[in-house]
Ligand binder design. Sequence first.
Ligand SMILES: NC(=O)c1ccc[n+]([C@@H]2O[C@H](COP(=O)([O-])OP(=O)(O)OC[C@H]3O[C@@H](n4cnc5c(N)ncnc54)[C@H](OP(=O)(O)O)[C@@H]3O)[C@@H](O)[C@H]2O)c1
Length: 268
Amino acid sequence: MKRILIIGASSGIGAAVARACAGQGWAVILHGRDEERLEEVRKRCLNDKDGGMSSVASECSRDGARSSGDADAGIELLLGDVVAWAEDPKSIPEIEPVQAIVWSAGICELAAGQMLGLKAIRRTLSVNLEAPLVVLSHFYRKGIIQSGGSIVLLGSESAHDAGEGFSVYAASKGGLASAARVLGKEFQRRNVSVHCLEPGTVNTPMTEKLVQAFGGLKDGHMEKMVEPEEVAAEVVGILSSRFRLRCATSDTVAKASQDKHGDTKPQS
Ligand SMILES: NC(=O)c1ccc[n+]([C@@H]2O[C@H](COP(=O)([O-])OP(=O)(O)OC[C@H]3O[C@@H](n4cnc5c(N)ncnc54)[C@H](OP(=O)(O)O)[C@@H]3O)[C@@H](O)[C@H]2O)c1
């Protein structure tokens, strides 16, 4: 059975990925900072009728991953701030090896170009770019990502096409996509593939906050929004794939959105 670590599983895309992975019968480690929110996601994984969690529980018991008879077997919680981890990698908890890591943790703060300040720039870059690079490097070094495994990073189409106010966010996601291409080459030594998925606008609490702050999305982006479950299905597709993309920036979700809604210019 696959064992997947989902960084940023407490909300939005990460939570949807958690449910989709659990639905495949895979064991999941749900990471976030907020235990209550993570517990909610754990419950949703367990209660999801289509989630196949009973098979997860029994398989896990057989594997001895958790104590036998534990209804939550196959779902572990991992608490931690990824910025603090990046600042002090020794503080990263020890984790049993996994076959895949999905990195969904991220923030999106908007600021007009003439209002940019170092603090806000660093806040975004530290969560969206520095943390994944440092922490994934640690996981690779420590063998936490197994040979033959996969890493999926949540980039954004903003890296290529973003609206006003998104300069720092776009830069963070552009940096992540560039880094993913190089890491894909380096990690290939252990046959670990690295993918950077670049969705357009997704219906999550992150987008909801932007909508509330700015009274909507521009140019009909609300209508073009995809659901987090659609992104999660793409992630599961990558993790299930027998065919390894060597490294990459995939825009499959953005493309799916375009096919569904016509031309799109996503905003986060
Ligand atoms: N929504 C979109 O339209 C969209 C489009 C393209 C790409 N993306 C990218 O997809 C990813 C997920 O976005 P989302 O929309 O699902 O956002 P979300 O609902 O706001 O969820 C963000 C997740 O990141 C975690 N996180 C943030 N800062 C963290 C930190 N310092 N340490 C640990 N965890 C942290 C949050 O954990 P807590 O619960 O602890 O806060 C939460 O689990 C992000 O990287 C985002 O940039 C989103």
